[in-house]
Design a protein around this ligand. Structure first.
Ligand SMILES: [Mn+2]
Length: 331
């Protein structure tokens, strides 16, 4: 049977940007590898982020169709004039979803960490799609496990883009492993250097202990107000410099609730910081200059936004950072 060319957004199985769907054992060096972590039982408010990976994949198909219809010529960014051309062999692949177990957090942790570690071991750039933000911890854990196999003395910086610190140590109801403790757990990974941990975009109310703990560790916090005051380019620059200073690579964790809920409705936590999708894209683009070794994008909850625009915007945000890794970028 001849397969229908996937040149329309409502035809074909959904992978991210219609990338080839491959097994973990087929990952090769230089590939940008999207893997899903459809897990939200460690979310503490509005559930639904387990639909995130599938929703983001579906939301990406509109742009995938435009790329397919451009028949090798690529697409031009009207703002910059930059042309994105897909290479003859796709650097972007989708390995489907990692193993998660909704009632067993530790088994889920190992499922995601094991999958990400395998991607990294094979030389892939891992892009783990959440899921609630807890999955950032197993994703980072898998990344650090794999890179430490190659070299024991490696040091990893960390950038946390989020409306929240996620640095609580423990909570009465949810314990030590949930989407409010993920950055704290990451700070406990041996390879991660706590003084190279940087937060971008925190807002609202926080308990004092996490702030004091970050100060004690020498971490650096840029609030959403700092982003407005300094501008997104400058925040990205200072964050990238700090996270990479004395480190080999940076792990980057991107919580979509950095963006004001008015601009990006599909997320569990309601955020009121006037951060637009454009500001977030500028930061993600700026950070592409730094040695990011692996990343996640989390807290997209498609059902909260029945208009579907949030999952489409997720594609734009991912591409703001990933375009130079996926496409030939030129005039
Ligand atoms: Mn978060």
């Amino acid at each position: 049977m001849t397969r229908h060319p996937a040149s329309e957004s409502d035809i074909g199985a959904a992978t991210f940007l219609n990338a080839p769907y491959i097994g973990l054992e087929e990952v090769e060096p230089g590939m940008v590898v999207v893997g899903g972590a459809p897990h939200d039982s460690t979310h503490t408010s509005r559930f639904g982020t387990r639909m995130g990976p599938r929703g983001i994949r579906e939301g990406s198909l509109g742009l995938a169709a435009r790329l397919a219809n451009a028949s090798g010529e690529g697409l031009i960014d009207l703002a910059s004039g930059v042309r994105l051309t897909p290479p003859p062999t796709s650097r972007l692949v989708d390995v489907g979803d990692f193993n998660v177990y909704p009632t067993d957090v530790m088994k889920t942790t190992e499922g995601i960490a094991g999958g990400v570690a395998e991607v990294v071991r094979r030389g892939g750039f891992s892009v783990c799609l959440g899921g609630d933000h807890y999955i950032g911890y197993p994703s980072c854990l898998g990344y650090t496990r794999a890179v430490s196999e190659a070299r024991k003395d490696i040091r990893i910086g960390y950038i946390h883009i989020d409306g929240h610190l996620d640095f609580r140590d423990d909570t009465a109801l949810w314990g030590k492993y949930n989407h409010g403790t993920n950055a704290r757990r990451i700070s406990e990974i041996d390879l991660v250097s706590p003084s190279n941990m940087v937060w971008i975009g925190v807002q609202g109310w926080s308990e004092e202990e996490p702030i004091l703990a970050i100060e004690r560790h020498g971490g650096l916090i840029f609030t959403a107000a700092d982003v407005h005051r300094m501008g997104p380019e400058e925040v990205a620059r200072q964050a990238g410099e700090r996270a990479s200073a004395g480190c080999d690579y940076i792990y980057m964790s991107v919580d979509i609730d950095f963006i004001d809920t008015g601009f990006f409705p599909a997320t569990g936590s309601v955020v009121n910081d006037a951060i637009t999708t454009q500001i977030m894209a500028t930061i993600l683009r700026g950070l592409a200059r730094y040695p990011i070794g692996a990343m996640d994008l989390v807290e997209v909850s498609p059902r909260i936004d029945p208009t579907g625009r949030s999952v489409m915007l997720s594609t734009e945000l991912l591409l703001a950072h990933l375009a130079p890794r996926i496409f030939e970028v030129g005039p």
